[in-house]
Design a binder for this molecule. Sequence first.
Ligand code: HEC
Ligand code: HEC
Length: 302
Amino acid sequence: MNRKGLIIGMITAAAYAGFLLIRIDATANISTQKARIKLGQYLFYDTKLSYNQTKTCVSCHDPVMAFTDGYRTSSGADGYNLKHNAISLLNVKYRTVFTWTKQSVTTLKAQLQFPFFNEHPKELGWKGNEQIILKRFLNDTQYQRLFKKAFPLQSNPFQLANVQTAIIAFEEQLVSYNAKYDRYVKGNFSSFSEDERNGLTLFSSNRLGCTGCHRWEQPFKKDHPLFSKGIRVPSLRNVLLTAPYMHDGRIENINGVLEYYSQKNSLYLTNKEKKQIISFLYTLTDTSYLSNKELLNPFQYQ
Ligand code: HEC
Ligand code: HEC
């Protein structure tokens, strides 16, 4: 081979090797993907993720409350309150729009920039603290192992992009489609009590009109939420675990929500009807994910 041929050969080989590396990294084989989910699980539950080590995702997205926090509006790592009520993370993988009001946020990656970099309040407070936070993981033997396994081809895997990739891989595991109502829809009609059946009939009735906005998200199908006056119509899956209610958390409990609709839309709901609707809403609860340790606090199970 002449010199020119050799150089071209070397360039081709290097490009080919580079191509392979990128492809392997981008597609991430199954064991790498598993390692990313595991790393994401640790990060989701570790307050090392916030600048002052007080908060992490679970502070505002607790599995016991279907990954919400029970507060009217969540408080950030700096102690100041956010504008909005925390949203359940169950089934986020199947959503196409994120947050209560920002229709332009259409990926989990775009959504993540808010808790990481919001300044007023600071949710996790990464702005200006990126290197300090990443160094915490770099200096921790457990995280050295977790990051290496999750990003095996990178000489320095302690990067913001990797932290976010791992957290997203974990979020995508939060799936809950095993409510009593899911089984009812599949044909198990006899499982519903009389109150639950009457509640469903009321909920779906023209008189109440609930289903005009709150449609049922089908399991494992992409859900495109509706918006009403600039506010996203929330999913009612697991709704009895996610009080207080509305984007600003202004309504304390489910009775309050029904009273609000009763007055606003002149529905004149009786107490019996309210009870039936609540019985129906209970059938949208699915806590089976709570028996999957891979979704819960890994530090409790070490
Ligand atoms: C300080 C509390 C807080 C922290 C910390 C926090 N979140 Fe949130 N999260 C919220 C609130 C409040 C909302 C609703 C925001 C809005 O609509 O304005 C939200 C919304 C979301 C959504 C959108 C869900 C949807 O259906 O639209 C996702 C996804 C999410 N958070 C994931 C995370 C992850 C992952 C972390 C950790 C990296 C995290 N959050 C940290 C409070 C928090
Ligand atoms: C015009 C559309 C529309 C109709 C009709 C409607 N809702 Fe809603 N619903 C919404 C929106 C939008 C929100 C969030 C409002 C907010 O955050 O201020 C909401 C919130 C809720 C919540 C609180 C959920 C949460 O996580 O905070 C419940 C429960 C609820 N609706 C039940 C019902 C019931 C029951 C009916 C029928 C009586 C009904 N809705 C009719 C649009 C609608």
